[in-house]
Design a protein around this ligand. Structure first.
Ligand SMILES: Nc1ncnc2c1ncn2[C@@H]1O[C@H](COP(=O)(O)OP(=O)(O)OP(=O)(O)O)[C@@H](O)[C@H]1O
Ligand SMILES: [Mg+2]
Length: 422
């Protein structure tokens, strides 16, 4: 269906929206300020709400002949495709709106009945951004990754007379108290009082009525005993600093850059129950390493694990190195035909090895990327660091990576030594 540019009579009952969005965010639908700032901890519902809000605005405008022109951004195009673009697709599907919109997947564009548009892109595509004029709204997701200039530019692209409110929406975890966003919108850690240009909403997982995941909540709270900064940022949604990061080096890549063939594929596996189980596929081409999570899930049923791995297309000939704490599960997968072995769990040597790599990580591995970006060393109360002692919370992804890479490389190194004895 092609979307018409005329006004369109909506066959969707907008009164439903109150039940579909978190109560905490509901008043934000009415915020008229130039900036709408959603700061908060992990899983508070920020991203879902913003995607819902833009769709609701478009639906409400549809029969009134008003056209929204919305730009949704993150720092890179691959990360946009797997987060904000995927979220809009999710709600179009969930709310059965596909007859109201035509979608161009290649360019991540939504053209709605009535003439409104949503376009998604990464800041790494400046030419594309320049082509967007007369924006009515913009969303910068994970805005701590933005430069102040990016936001100034967006502001400039939102001039001119339009019937709609013009608003820049910024959403982020407060991961760096030195961020320009702290300076611009906060004072002493609190939203600036009396800033007529901004509405700032703070939220945590406790505000998310749709989360219903006690394991996730318990894990966030357990950060309290391990690291004050991480607890502040991800549980309390307060400004902190991510310092003493273990793996600062990585590249995020999209499906278009994911190789079709590798010299070698291996797997790293961290078992879990309340904590997620992570199965990482690690591809290698000469010195380049490519990683993506095939599974990142809590409470994976054990009795169907073999079938699940088969469905995921795991290559039974490829080496799989697994969390050595569960020999029972290793046996189960071995009996299911997988080439699995227990990993070498030498944390110090493992981290030292992984630190030498700059893996290309698939942008669709959202949870894995989140964990890896925040993976950090333990500190004592005075901020002194414990060498090679990572925080043991939200470490499932980095553990799976270390099991895979370290065991593989140490076994490869062994080969010439073994042969030397023959
Ligand atoms: N309105 C909603 N309807 C249904 N589920 C929701 C809704 N809002 C949030 N959720 C659920 O809550 C989870 C967390 O929400 P969301 O990803 O929006 O949080 P966030 O604040 O953006 O988190 P982060 O800071 O980690 O990016 C989602 O994965 C989804 O399962
Ligand atoms: Mg989010």
């Amino acid at each position: 269906m092609t979307a018409s540019s005329d006004s369109y009579t909506l066959d969707w009952d907008l009164r439903q929206v109150k039940h579909l969005i978190n109560k905490k965010f509901y008043p934000l639908l009415l915020a008229m300020t130039r900036f709408l700032v959603l700061v908060g901890g992990a899983g508070s519902g920020k991203s879902h709400f913003i995607a819902q809000m833009f769709i609701i605005r478009i639906l409400a405008a549809m029969s009134r002949g008003i056209k929204h022109n919305i730009l949704a951004l993150r720092n890179t195009s691959p990360s946009v495709r797997h987060s904000v673009f995927a979220l809009f697709l999710h709600y179009i599907n969930e709310w059965k709106l596909d007859h109201l919109v035509s979608i161009k997947h290649s360019t991540m564009e939504f053209n709605w009945m009535g003439g409104s548009k949503i376009r998604c892109t990464g800041m790494d595509d400046p030419e594309k951004i320049k082509s967007f004029e007369n924006l009515t709204s913009a969303w910068y997701e994970e805005a701590t990754e933005a430069y102040p200039m990016d936001i100034t530019q967006l502001n400039l692209r939102m001039r001119g007379k339009k019937q709609t409110k013009k608003q820049i929406v910024l959403s982020f975890n407060p991961i760096d108290q030195n961020s320009f966003l702290n300076d611009r919108f906060f004072e002493g850690g609190q939203p600036k009082a009396n800033d007529p240009t901004a509405t700032v909403m703070h939220s945590t997982y406790k505000d998310n009525e749709f989360l219903n995941d006690p394991d996730y909540e318990a894990e966030l709270e357990s950060l309290k005993d391990q690291d004050e900064n991480l607890h502040n940022i991800y549980a309390a949604g307060l400004w902190g600093t991510l310092k003493n990061l273990i793996y600062p080096h990585y590249r995020e890549i999209g499906s278009e850059d994911w190789p079709t063939e590798f010299d070698e594929v291996i797997y790293g596996l961290d078992f879990g129950d309340a904590h997620p189980m992570v199965l990482l596929e690690i591809g290698m081409i000469e010195d380049e390493i490519y990683e993506r999570s095939l599974l990142f899930e809590s409470r994976v049923p054990i009795d169907s694990m073999v079938e699940r791995f088969e469905e995921l297309g795991v290559d039974k000939n490829a080496f799989m190195y697994a969390d050595p704490s569960r020999p029972d599960l290793i046996s189960l997968l071995y009996d299911g035909g997988f080439n699995i072995d227990k990993a070498d769990n030498d944390v110090k040597a493992g981290i030292s090895l992984v630190k030498t790599k700059t893996p290309n990580i698939h942008a669709g591995s959202l949870e894995y990327l989140k964990q890896r970006k925040a993976y950090k060393l333990k500190e004592d109360r005075n901020g002194n660091v414990f060498d090679f002692q990572p925080i043991k919370v939200r470490d499932d992804g980095p553990d799976a990576e270390r099991y895979g890479l370290y065991t593989y490389f140490s076994e490869m190194d062994m080969i010439p030594r073994v042969l030397g004895h023959v």
